[in-house]
Design a protein around this ligand. Structure first.
Ligand code: KG4
Ligand code: ZN
Length: 340
């Protein structure tokens, strides 16, 4: 089965072709980062308009590059949520219209399920069950994954998502958008141990997170020492270290609590090198294994949507009508909400 995947939930336009037996056939991505950089964050209306401009040319490029015709596509998977309503509507309209025109099934895909399954695009992939750490610009969640579609939320953030905290801390120190990668690059030249930032919510039981206090701690430290040498580098390192150590503590807890030995890390912050090194160490200590998506599939992309859609289509699931609906707020545990 050849599935076309379409992603447009935020500021990346992505399309991909995934074949149930042959794997990923090809993918194409257009990032709007430059468009939003001048505003210091994603401007929803501009994001929607740019998806309108870019998705069709991207699709044409993908079909040309992979020598595929639309007639060969068996089904279309598109991100239906969560995300920006206008941006989601662009990909969903394209996906459903194509499906209608081609008389092929379509399937609404949950963006975070796409992230969670992204490591399955690698050659060495995890088996079910596992614990997933979803760390993106909008999510910080620990999820117990029993099998495809069976997701139990173990922990969530009470305020800012971890990527959001990275971005806001970076912005406060004048770093370019998106701040996460810029801040982690800066941290490489920081002085270890100059500042010690708190590890929020680790002194009490449970698997929830909170990162807004850490962001404020970084701001106060910056305001106090901003005229000293190397201050941004040292704050970047202290902030990143506190975030990474907090995530590691919670992952250890989740694995021990559930008796699982496999951890899957997904979402944009999964590209963070310090987090990758720390989690590899943790799983080595626990005699388990940690799985990361390839770096290119950590952030938003069409391949993860094509893959997730394909797995559900193989189970006989698909959209039951032609209505174009998006779900800007959609809990992963309620996948069936979009399967009317
Ligand atoms: O998954 P994603 O592409 O989009 C969402 O669905 O949110 O994640 C984007 C987030 C941004 O907050 C970005 O700053 C963060 O991931 N990010 C990073 C790194 N690369 C991306 N944060 C820390 N270190 C990185 N290397
Ligand atoms: Zn994402």
């Amino acid at each position: 089965m050849l599935v076309l995947g379409i992603e447009s939930s935020c500021d990346d336009s992505g399309v991909a072709l995934y074949h149930s037996e042959r794997g990923l056939i090809g993918h194409a991505l257009y990032s709007q980062t430059e468009l939003h950089a001048q505003y210091g964050g994603v401007v929803p209306e501009l994001a929607s308009r740019d998806h309108v401009r870019k998705l069709l040319p991207l699709l044409k490029q993908l079909l040309t590059d992979t020598s595929t015709t639309l007639a060969e596509v068996d089904a279309i998977a598109y991100t239906a949520g969560p995300g920006l309503a206008g941006a989601l509507l662009v990909g969903s309209s394209l996906g459903k219209s194509l499906a209608f025109a081609l008389n092929k099934p379509s399937i609404a895909v949950h963006h975070m399920e796409g992230h969670l399954l992204a490591p399955m695009l690698s050659e060495h992939k995890p088996e079910f069950p596992f614990i997933a750490l979803l760390v993106s610009g909008g999510h910080t969640q620990l999820i117990q994954v029993t099998k495809l579609g069976q997701y139990e939320l173990l922990g969530d953030t009470l305020d800012d998502a971890v990527g959001e905290a990275f971005d806001k801390t970076a912005k406060m120190m004048g770093l370019p958008y998106p701040g996460g990668p810029a801040l982690s690059k800066l941290a490489e030249t920081g002085t270890p141990g100059r500042f010690k930032f708190p590890h929020p919510m680790t002194d009490r039981p449970g698997l929830d997170f909170s990162f807004s206090g850490l962001k404020t701690f970084a701001l106060n430290t910056y305001l106090k020492y901003q005229h000293e040498a190397n201050i941004t580098e040292d704050i970047a390192l202290a902030f990143q270290t506190a975030v990474v150590e907090t995530l590691i503590k919670k992952c250890r807890r989740a694995l021990q609590q559930t008796g699982m030995q496999r951890l899957v890390v997904a979402g944009g912050v999964g590209a963070n090198l310090a987090l990758r090194v720390g989690l590899k160490d943790l799983l080595a200590q626990l005699n388990g294994e940690v799985f990361f998506p390839e770096s290119i599939f950590c952030t938003d992309n069409g391949a993860m949507i094509a893959y997730a859609g394909c797995q559900h289509l193989l189970l006989g699931e698909n959209d039951q009508n032609n209505a174009i609906k998006v779900y800007p707020r959609w809990e992963l545990q309620q996948l069936n909400a979009a399967r009317p």
